[in-house]
Design a protein around this ligand. Structure first.
Ligand code: NAP
Length: 273
């Protein structure tokens, strides 16, 4: 019988996960299908238990359900630290994981970059920033977390200091921090459709030795990445992380390595074609 997988969130109609995962199932000849399901926060418990009862293989969880979902599953230690999950596996019990951090790590590795010993400036202190902060601190980076709401950056840096070096600040410190940074990660939603001309950092604040990694993938070529190219910096777009976090979910569900290139082609085509 065809196994069912899906993503739950609200809104969900623009999710690229169905395109990405259905391309993988087809490529590997796996008898499965992946759908997007609109689930409001108040319905999350019945949605997860219902999916388990119906024999679903697994779920991805996205905004605004990631934090609440953590309380409804047996979560991995890393997901508990992050405070959110993006993947549920129904194989044994109802197990919860967060693959955003490992997805970001793999996105950098694809470009030959290891965070060990690097000074990483993370913009933002929301869900994605939290996943990346714990992952990169574990990987041996020194983190500078700068957020519009400074108190969230300071709080996150305190939590991360249990495993590595981290300092939290507001956005006014950015010009100085960028000068010292090896890698700049935008994990805010600034630059996302429809406000595509917004950026927290411009070319004249960057240096050519900088690696600029933008999590925003819609549009692919964000204003931040265009500014980084002007400054001669290396750029990495959000599609790489989207694909790699999805590939990690795929591996949790199927125990198979995902066909990364097929997933990436499917996503880039959906965004560009
Ligand atoms: P979130 O939890 O809502 O956090 C949003 C962050 O953006 C907060 O730090 C917020 O600061 C900051 N922010 C929002 N508007 C801002 C503005 N105008 N100026 C300065 N800072 C602003 O969202 P999230 O889940 O972390 O996602 C963040 C972004 O990453 C989204 O664009 C999402 O699509 C993207 N993402 C991409 C991937 C991928 O695979 N490529 C995976 C996950 C997320 P405050 O704390 O001050 O509100």
């Amino acid at each position: 019988m065809k196994k069912i997988y899906g993503v739950i969130g609200d809104p969900i109609e623009h999710s690229l996960s169905p395109i990405m995962h259905n391309a993988s199932f087809q490529e590997l000849g796996i008898n499965a299908v992946y759908h997007a399901f609109q689930v409001e926060l108040e319905n999350i418990t019945s949605a997860i238990l219902g999916a388990k009862a119906l024999g679903f293989g697994g779920l991805n969880v996205t905004i605004p359900l990631k934090e609440k979902a953590l309380d409804l599953v047996d979560a991995s230690p890393l997901a508990k630290k992050i405070g959110a999950i993006n993947t549920i596996d129904f194989k044994d019990d109802i197990l919860g994981y967060n693959t955003d951090g490992i997805g970001a790590k793999r996105a950098l590795e694809k470009h030959g970059i290891d965070v060990v010993g690097k000074r990483v400036l993370i913009l933002g202190a929301g869900g994605a920033a939290r996943a990346i902060a714990f992952q990169f601190a574990k990987g041996g980076a020194t983190l500078f977390i700068a957020n519009r709401t400074e108190s969230r950056a300071i709080e996150l840096s305190k939590e991360v200091r249990t495993i590595g070096d981290a300092f939290g600040t507001g956005l006014e410190e950015l010009p100085l921090l960028i000068k010292k940074a090896d890698i700049l990660v935008n994990s805010t939603s600034v630059g996302m459709l429809p406000k595509t001309e917004e950026t927290l950092v411009k070319a004249d604040q960057m240096h050519s030795g900088l690696i600029v990694f933008d999590l925003v993938y819609n549009p692919i070529d964000t204003r931040l990445l265009r500014e980084a190219k002007k400054a001669g910096a290396v750029t990495i777009d959000g599609v790489d992380m989207l694909v790699h976090q999805g590939a990690e979910s795929f591996k949790i569900w199927t125990s198979k390595n995902a066909p990364i290139d097929v997933m990436e082609d499917a996503v880039r085509c959906a965004l560009r074609c």
